[in-house]
Structure formats: structure tokens, C-alpha cells
Design a protein around this ligand. Structure first.
Ligand SMILES: Cc1cc2nc3c(=O)[nH]c(=O)nc-3n(C[C@H](O)[C@H](O)[C@H](O)COP(=O)(O)OP(=O)(O)OC[C@H]3O[C@@H](n4cnc5c(N)ncnc54)[C@H](O)[C@@H]3O)c2cc1C
Length: 416
């Protein structure tokens, strides 16, 4: 079978890998000149079942409401006359009950754990390098009540097999010596030894090369205008220059999947949520964090990726705008300089902003579409690096008509 994969981000490239491994002929299309130039380019780098919580929660509506009149919140909702945003928002609110939050979190963490094992398998099979760290993440809490709530919430993940160690301030300093000078600011931390980190872009680019070596054709640098349809089948994909045809098609365009899906009448509730990332060269190895994690009070993630320090933060509901200005990074910069003052060359920042493809409930959309030969692997939101390999393995199993190793039902488009 010839499969055309739309998108060369984490999800498109991992899809191509699993399909090529099955012996299919695969063509990957992307508008960028190389893989992973959009959301998969400079994310936080955390492979983290320990942070698999669904964003739609009983606390979320109040946080979003407050963000309407405060500019400094980590979650920022901007009112726009955009019907897709409002339709998405209503579905998000419907998922904010404690019961829905628990259900969606469990679905996500199961996929994350499965995916971590698949990522290790793909890495072993291909020998690709991606600045991988397997030291486990550290989730830092500054306030005792927040720490208590964090431990309480964690029970849900622990029940699903996520391991954790609770650290007090002295244990934080012993585990992560770069934080010793500021240990007094923390009420405690949760260390999750299974979590990993690494450079999602390096992974995607290297895996794309491994795909090429297996005969996958990468047709990059040309934007997809639309898909073509006859009856209940897709008959081709049109880029500015050519029409590409195959036997089956996989939509993996991240935040842009609904825009291209619409051309063949397939709609999906994915909305872009902008995030920002900041990368510095490491200046002092001893002062840089050896581990990766999240400052939970500020919702700033940090990871050392080889000789760089990466920080990410902020969820901006601002439509398809990917612009950024230096002031968007002030909050992250302040946290970085507070926690790791001598770690990095803070005068040499690389700025980046990109769009998380968020579903309103949290789990991605993986599997069949209403059209017979169109498949979906999209909507991975804030945790698509963690879920990529597991999602693509699940999709390859479904396309082959095999029973997947995890339950595919919670990922169906039909759940909406
Ligand atoms: C700030 C931030 C931090 C994050 N941190 C983490 C983390 O620590 N851990 C984690 O697990 N996840 C993290 N994520 C989430 C993760 O990065 C995403 O879920 C993941 O990258 C999504 O991959 P994707 O392949 O679906 O989308 P993308 O990487 O955006 O790929 C989609 C591809 O489609 C192409 N495309 C789109 N439209 C067209 C068109 N019309 N024609 C042709 N090509 C097109 C794009 O060029 C792109 O290459 C983070 C995200 C952000 C924004």
C-alpha cells in the first residue's frame, strides 16, 4: 500500500517510520524545508508521563477567567470573534468536571507510558541520538499547600504505574546541586524517575533520515492547499506544484489538521494554543541543572539538552498567531536567572513560539476518519513529544487491522 503522510513534525515522521517498518511505500509532505520546523522544533523536551494531567479541570475556568484582566498568567485567554475558538471553549468547559478530568488524565497517562517504551524501542532499532537524559524529572513546589495538592493529584498517575519519590528541600539540593543555593524557596518536590528528556527536533530529523534510508520519500518545502475527495474516499493531495496520490492518507498537520481536513469535509475540534521557548548556550556546566523539570508555581519547564538550557512556558489562546516579542520571555528569563543564575549565557537567547494542537478534552485523535482511506494522528497538545511513538504505533496497528496493545476507543474522532 502507498501511504501519503501529511506533516513532517513528530507525529508525521513517527507515523512514516512505523508504516515503512511494515513494508508500506510512504510519501511524507510538508511545507517546511526540513522536518520539525514548527511545533516540534523547540519544545520543552520532556518525555513525561509524570505531567500527563488533562488541562480541562475544575480549576481551569477560573484561571482562564482571571487571565482576561491579568497579563502575567501562565494561561492566557484572549477574547476573539472566532467561532472555532468558542465551539472549542464550550467543549473544554464540558470536560472541566472532576470526573472528566480524571478520565482524560488516565487515558493520557496510559498512552504516555506506552509511548515511552516505544520511544526506547525506536531509538534502539535506529541508533539515533537526541540528547537523551533518563535521570527523571523534578517537579518543584514553592508553597506547602500547592505541594500537598500536587502529591494528592499525583495519586491518580501513581495508580497507573508512574513512579515517584517525594523530596524535601535538602533532598532537592542533594539531587539537583545547581538548586542548592535556592533550596529554601521550595516546600518540596516530586521526582519521577521514569520521565526522560531530549531534543524533539533532533529526534525527528534523525528519524526522518532513518525513514529515508528505508525508502520513505520526503517531499518538503511545498504547502498543501487541500485534499481531494470522491464519495467516501480521498483521491489526492494538492500542493502548490503537484498533486500527490496514494492508497491511504494520514493527517498529521498539528494545529493545521482541521484547516486541511475541512477541504474534504472532515472536522475535528483542535485549537492552537501558543507556547514560548527560550534556549541558551550553557556557560557553566556545574551551575547548570543536571536534571529537567518544572517550577510548578511559575509553570516554567527547564531541561538541559546537551550543551543548551531550554525553558518553556505560557499557554496563549491567541488563534494562529505565532509572532513573539522579547517581553513575552521576561517571565521565563526571570525564573531561569533566579534558579540557575550562572548556568547559561543569558545574553545569547534564542526565542521561539509555536502552537500546541489542543483537543478540548486532552487526549489526541488517533484512528479512522469518516472517509475510508483517511486516517488521523493529530491533536497531541502539550504532550506530543511524549506521546508520538506510542500514537504512531497505535495508528499503524489500526491501519493493519491488528489489535493494538492499548485501547484505541478514547482516541476516536467519533468521541466528539
Ligand atoms: C512551548 C511548548 C512546549 C512543549 N513541551 C513539550 C514537552 O516538554 N513534552 C511533550 O511531550 N510535548 C511538548 N510540547 C508539545 C509537542 O511539541 C507537540 O504536541 C508536538 O510537537 C506536535 O507535533 P505535530 O507533529 O502534531 O505538529 P507539528 O510539529 O507542528 O507538525 C505539523 C507539521 O505540519 C506541517 N504543516 C502544517 N500545515 C501545512 C500545510 N498546509 N502544508 C504542508 N505542511 C503543513 C508543518 O510544517 C509541521 O511540520 C510542547 C509544545 C509547546 C508549544
Amino acid at each position: 500500500m502507498h501511504v501519503v503522510v501529511l506533516g513532517a513534525g513528530l507525529l508525521g515522521v513517527t507515523t512514516a517510520y512505523y508504516l515503512a517498518r511494515e513494508g508500506h511505500k510512504v510519501t511524507v509532505l510538508d511545507r517546511q524545508p526540513e522536518p520539525a520546523r514548527e511545533t516540534s522544533f523547540a519544545n520543552a523536551g520532556l518525555l513525561t508521563p509524570g505531567h500527563a494531567y488533562a488541562w480541562a479541570s475544575p480549576r481551569a475556568p477560573m484561571i482562564l477567567l482571571k487571565s482576561l484582566w491579568r497579563a502575567d498568567t501562565a494561561l492566557r485567554w484572549r477574547l476573539k470573534p472566532d467561532p472555532r475558538m468558542w465551539a472549542w471553549g464550550l467543549k473544554f468547559l464540558a470536560n472541566c468536571s472532576a470526573a472528566r478530568n480524571r478520565f482524560n488524565t488516565v487515558v493520557k497517562v496510559r498512552l504516555c507510558l506506552y509511548s515511552l517504551a516505544e520511544t526506547a524501542q525506536v531509538t534502539a532499532e535506529t541508533g539515533i541520538a537526541w540528547d537523551r537524559s533518563q535521570s527523571g524529572a523534578i517537579y518543584l513546589y514553592r508553597d506547602a499547600e500547592h505541594f500537598r495538592a500536587g502529591r494528592e493529584n499525583f495519586k491518580l498517575l501513581a495508580d497507573e504505574g508512574v513512579e515517584a519519590r517525594i523530596l524535601d528541600a535538602d533532598e532537592i539540593a542533594a539531587f539537583e546541586p545547581s538548586l542548592a543555593a535556592v533550596k529554601g524557596r521550595f516546600a518540596g518536590a516530586i521526582h519521577t524517575p521514569q520521565d526522560e528528556s531530549g531534543d524533539a527536533r533532533k529526534f525527528t530529523v534523525a528519524l526522518a533520515e532513518a525513514c529515508r534510508a528505508r525508502g520513505v520519500e520526503l517531499r518538503l518545502g511545498s504547502a498543501i492547499g487541500r485534499m481531494l475527495r470522491e464519495g467516501d474516499r480521498v483521491t489526492g493531495v494538492e500542493t502548490a506544484e503537484v498533486r500527490v496520490t496514494g492508497d491511504a492518507y494520514v493527517l498529521a498537520l498539528g494545529s493545521y489538521s482541521p484547516l486541511v481536513g475541512k477541504s474534504v469535509g472532515v472536522s475535528m475540534p483542535i485549537y492552537p494554543v501558543k507556547g514560548y521557548s527560550l534556549t541558551f548556550p550553557i556557560a557553566d556546566t556545574e551551575a547548570a541543572p543536571a536534571h529537567f523539570g518544572v517550577d510548578e508555581a511559575n509553570l516554567v519547564a527547564f531541561a538541559r539538552l546537551g550543551d543548551r538550557l531550554r525553558l518553556t512556558a505560557t499557554a496563549d489562546f491567541a488563534g494562529y498567531d505565532t509572532e513573539y516579542a522579547p517581553q513575552d520571555f521576561t517571565h521565563m528569563m526571570r525564573v531561569a536567572m533566579e534558579l540557575f543564575p550562572r548556568a547559561a549565557a543569558y545574553d545569547r537567547p534564542s526565542y521561539w513560539a509555536c502552537l500546541r494542537p489542543m483537543t478540548p478534552d486532552g487526549p489526541p485523535i488517533i484512528g479512522a476518519s469518516p472517509l475510508k482511506n483517511l486516517w488521523l494522528n493529530t491533536g497531541h497538545g502539550h504532550i506530543g513529544w511524549t506521546m508520538a511513538c506510542g500514537s504512531s504505533r497505535l495508528l499503524a496497528d489500526l491501519m493493519a487491522g491488528r489489535k493494538p496493545e492499548i485501547d484505541p476507543a478514547p482516541f476516536r474522532l467519533g468521541r466528539y
